[in-house]
Design a protein around this ligand. Structure first.
Ligand SMILES: *Cc1c(COP(=O)(O)O)cnc(C)c1O
Length: 408
């Protein structure tokens, strides 16, 4: 079976349901009982795998992880409470005080804050570079470098790095390549086939099926020798290829307490089944809107890597089958024009999320990036004239009509 959707719909449950339910039941139960004291002791020794307590694992969450593993070919998938939990747990599992990672500055705002403020307080350093300029990266790598971290499509700059080249550099130095693939969900992107070792994503966005629940995922593609990471190496003797996930599950997922809930997992499971359909519809809408923007004289600039004249079009085709998500940006003459336009919109909503079923618009300069000084915003490519549009699944004609009346 080749189709993402066919596969998603027919992935078996880890255990047969006693009632032959076709949809995975939502196990809203914190604890799970054992038949005997001997069994529970064996479970705690790691000899009898079973669910015990929903902060460590849960059957509904496990089914979501099972689906993701089957759909992506990842060696392991761990579902967590949010995209930020996925990123922070991963960084903590691979780094300790004195270690560093290399990353671009063009990152989701809270990821940048995590690296610059939260993790640096624990002595973990981030060395910033333009990840689309791969030749700058090697100069920053030293014996304490543990990873290169990047976003598959940066938001809101919509830049795309050459992932195979990043993978070559990471492999040459024995360090990890970690991708945040939130913008390009698994129906269009296979991180494993491009040599990414660890993939993290916010399932809040595309996967939740329309902005219904917060969640995140950590995938270990099984491509990395964990003996090369000093923080995971001590676990390789006992856990082999599972060293990272073993460290992650106990020290971070369990001890920091960042589980996905069964209720959220239920949304994610349902969202996966219609993901491919939604992404395709959003993409078609992006193409139609792109054409509309390009032909409208009031729009001074439009960026979407799925458009033929984008500098990243070829990479978008190679890495995401031509579907680089459904976030686009466009510019009007001034901030005042942007505000007027946004205030007049009737269908497109003013909100800060991405990949809802509804189209969402925001003016990043005055919102998400307002805490950065103007010079920083300029360096980050955040223009006062730019709006970010997360294109939804409405009819393209309705979206264009809404734009048209708001621009008039
Ligand atoms: C939203 C987002 C995150 C954070 O995800 P949450 O689920 O909100 O914690 C991380 N990376 C990217 C690229 C995002 O868009």
């Amino acid at each position: 079976m080749k189709s993402f959707t066919t596969r998603s719909l027919h992935i078996p449950f880890p255990k047969k349901d006693p009632h032959n339910a076709l949809a995975m039941p939502v196990y809203e139960s914190v604890a799970f009982e054992f038949a005997s004291s001997e069994d529970i002791a064996a479970n705690f020794r790691g000899e009898l795998p079973a669910h015990t307590y929903s902060r460590t694992s849960n059957p509904t969450v496990e089914y979501f992880e099972t689906k993701i593993k089957a759909l992506t070919g990842a060696h392991h998938a761990l579902a967590v409470s949010s995209g930020m939990a996925a990123i922070s747990a991963t960084m903590m599992a691979i780094c300790k005080q004195g270690d560093n990672i290399i990353s671009g500055k063009h990152l989701f705002g809270h990821s940048l804050a995590l690296l610059e403020q939260s993790l640096s307080a624990y002595g973990m350093e981030t060395r910033f570079v333009d990840t689309t300029q791969t030749e700058q990266i090697e100069a920053l790598i030293d014996s304490n470098t543990r990873a290169i971290y990047f976003e598959t499509v940066t938001n809101p700059q919509l830049e795309i790095a050459d992932i195979s080249r990043l993978a070559d550099i990471a492999d040459k130095h024995g360090i990890l390549l970690i991708a945040d693939s939130t913008i390009t969900p698994p129906s269009v992107f296979s991180s494993k086939s491009l040599g990414v070792h660890i993939e993290v994503m916010s399932t809040t966005k595309f996967i939740s099926g329309g902005a219904t629940a917060v969640g995140g995922l950590i995938l270990d593609n099984g491509l990395y020798d964990w003996n090369q990471n000093p923080n995971c190496q001590p676990l390789t003797q006992k856990f082999g290829k599972d060293a990272f996930v073993a460290r992650l599950r106990k020290n971070y997922y369990r001890n920091f307490g960042m589980p996905m809930t069964a209720h959220s997992a239920n949304y994610m499971i349902a969202g996966l089944d219609i993901l491919e359909l939604r992404v395709e519809r959003c993409y078609q809408n992006c193409l139609k809107l792109g054409k509309y923007f390009q032909e409208n004289p009031k729009v001074t600039r439009v960026d979407y890597p799925g458009l033929k004249d984008s500098a990243y079009y070829d990479l978008a085709r190679k890495q995401f089958g031509g579907i680089p998500g459904s976030v686009m940006t466009f510019d009007l003459g001034s901030q005042a024009e942007c505000f007027r336009f946004m205030n007049r919109l009737k269908i497109i909503r003013r909100a800060t999320n991405l990949n809802d079923n509804k189209s969402l618009i925001i003016h990043p300069y005055s919102t998400i990036y307002t805490e950065f000084p103007e010079s920083e915003r300029a360096k980050m490519g955040i223009r006062p004239t730019m709006m970010r549009l997360s294109v939804g699944i409405e009819g393209a004609e309705d979206l264009i009509a809404d734009m048209e009346q708001a621009l008039s």
